[in-house]
Ligand binder design. Structure first.
Ligand SMILES: [Mg+2]
Ligand SMILES: [Zn+2]
Length: 273
């Protein structure tokens, strides 16, 4: 800074104003995206069942909601769809059927543009943390050509077995659920622990930006305690409501968004993009 002041005096002070002292785009930043209703504008789990299995099959699956954990319920649903044993009698879904349906999930195109721009920025480390599964998200990333923009993906492991049956497994073992009280309502995945692990292994970061919408994102957001950290929560969704209800000073800057344009505007305003 001293050199800059000296240069200004020497040249008569016509130089542009020095950069603001707040965080600039050169700050090393971790950007964490939730997937359902944040990166994409739908719930991939339920949308694909409705699209490929039909409304009756969706209703059948949901009738077992109280008996099964969410991940077990989805494992049940996708086993039925990929073995052709749905109530609607649809032929079994092939991996190709699923991939083409995944590619058509509604999205705010601005999000994809933002992800590509962030992925091309050296100072940004971008990760995705989701309670969907690896088959859906990797397929989506491949179709949109954004896989290389992410350093890591943390989600439920899934794969097709040799018979083409989609098998979805929990992120944490059912026998050893996480013990975090903040996210007791989502025992399969503590996003807070994942964010801490990302910061520890991939950092240090000068700031963390978390984009989310759901109650399951609250724990991840609770780890953003730096004054430069930013939570981008979807307006009128559970995460924004939970943060408002907490009425706590423990959270960092909160910005609300309603669509991809809002996300881009907020990221640009904070020099993340
Ligand atoms: Mg979500
Ligand atoms: Zn947690």
């Amino acid at each position: 800074m001293a050199a800059l002041i000296g240069a200004k005096r020497k040249h008569g002070g016509d130089q542009p104003a020095p950069p603001p002292t707040t965080t600039t785009s050169t700050a090393k930043t971790l950007v964490v995206w939730d997937f359902d209703w944040t990166l994409i504008n739908e719930n991939s789990d339920t949308w694909l069942i409705k699209q490929l299995g039909g409304t009756e099959e969706y209703q059948h699956v949901m009738s077992r909601r109280k008996e099964l954990s969410w991940t077990s319920l989805m494992a049940y649903a996708y086993e039925r769809m990929t073995t052709g044993t749905t109530v609607t009698g649809q032929p079994k879904c092939t991996p190709e059927d699923l991939a083409s349906c995944i590619a058509s999930i509604p999205v705010f195109e601005e999000n994809l543009t933002a992800i590509r721009r962030l992925g091309a920025t050296d100072t940004i480390t971008q990760c995705c943390v989701s309670d969907a599964n690896t088959v859906f998200i990797n397929s989506y990333f491949k179709n949109k050509n954004i896989a290389s923009d992410f350093a890591e993906l943390h989600t439920n492991p899934a794969s097709f077995n040799p018979d083409g049956v989609l098998e979805i497994r929990p992120y944490v073992s059912i026998d050893a659920p996480h013990e975090c009280s903040v996210c007791a309502s989502s025992p399969n995945m503590c996003k807070g622990a994942i964010v801490e692990d990302l910061v520890e292994r991939l950092g240090p970061f000068e700031r963390v930006v978390y984009l989310g919408d759901g109650r399951g994102d609250l724990c991840g957001c609770s780890k953003l305690i730096g004054k430069e950290d930013v939570i981008l929560a979807r307006l009128e969704y559970a995460l924004a409501r939970a943060i408002a209800a907490a009425n706590s000073e423990d959270y960092c800057t909160l910005a609300l968004w309603n669509n991809g344009k809002d996300i881009v505007r907020e990221l640009e305003a904070r020099h993340v993009l």
